[in-house]
Design a protein around this ligand. Structure first.
Ligand SMILES: CC(C)(COP(=O)(O)OP(=O)(O)OC[C@H]1O[C@@H](n2cnc3c(N)ncnc32)[C@H](O)[C@@H]1OP(=O)(O)O)[C@@H](O)C(=O)NCCC(=O)NCCS
Length: 147
């Protein structure tokens, strides 16, 4: 089941992100839950919060700010369902495009976005610190979907 999350779900959301590691900071999660221009959607399995996504409304576009699924629940279609909900939300807002950025090494997430119709618009060279345990920096891929 997918439902909208509210500030009352903050503790559950922090615990989920600590395991999913989508890159959202604790402050980003708190801000998103309290922002009327942002929707936080959660996926539930038997009362356990198994995944979430954050989408923000911008003046013309919308932006996927985070998406994460519990490692034990990945590969079951939860990411696809959450992204479908995010796309529906952007369409409801009449956003022109849904934007996102993703680490160039995050092949699983990139596959999910391509499957849902996103395409690559460009790259920010060396945008992210390299993954833990590796040196240097990593590119961000900029992707978008026309709503
Ligand atoms: C990226 C992420 C959100 C995807 O979530 P997910 O729930 O695993 O995604 P899905 O299950 O919808 O799809 C993933 C794979 O499972 C497959 N799948 C979907 N439903 C399935 C099912 N019922 N049975 C078997 N496989 C299935 C999909 O085809 C897809 O396969 P692929 O990776 O070979 O293309 C998740 O891996 C995650 O939380 N990663 C860590 C955080 C992160 O990187 N976030 C993105 C930051 S930009």
């Amino acid at each position: 089941m997918i439902s909208q999350l509210t500030p009352a779900h903050a503790a559950l959301l922090h615990a989920l992100e600590a395991k999913a590691n989508s890159g959202a900071s604790p402050q980003q999660l708190v801000d998103a839950l309290g922002d009327p221009n942002t929707q936080v959607v959660g996926h539930w399995q038997q009362n356990v919060l198994t995944g979430y996504a954050i989408v923000m409304r911008l003046p013309f576009d919308a932006e996927l700010q985070a998406i994460g699924v519990l490692p034990a629940c990945q590969g079951q279609g939860i990411g696809q369902q959450l992204l479908g909900e995010v796309i529906a939300c952007a369409q409801q807002w009449q956003s022109e495009r849904l934007l996102l950025e993703v680490r160039a090494s995050n092949q699983r997430a990139i596959r999910l976005y391509l499957q849902q119709g996103f395409h690559e618009d460009g790259r920010r060279r060396g945008y992210y610190p390299a993954a833990l345990g590796t040196a240097g920096r990593e590119d961000a891929l900029l992707m978008s979907l026309s709503c």
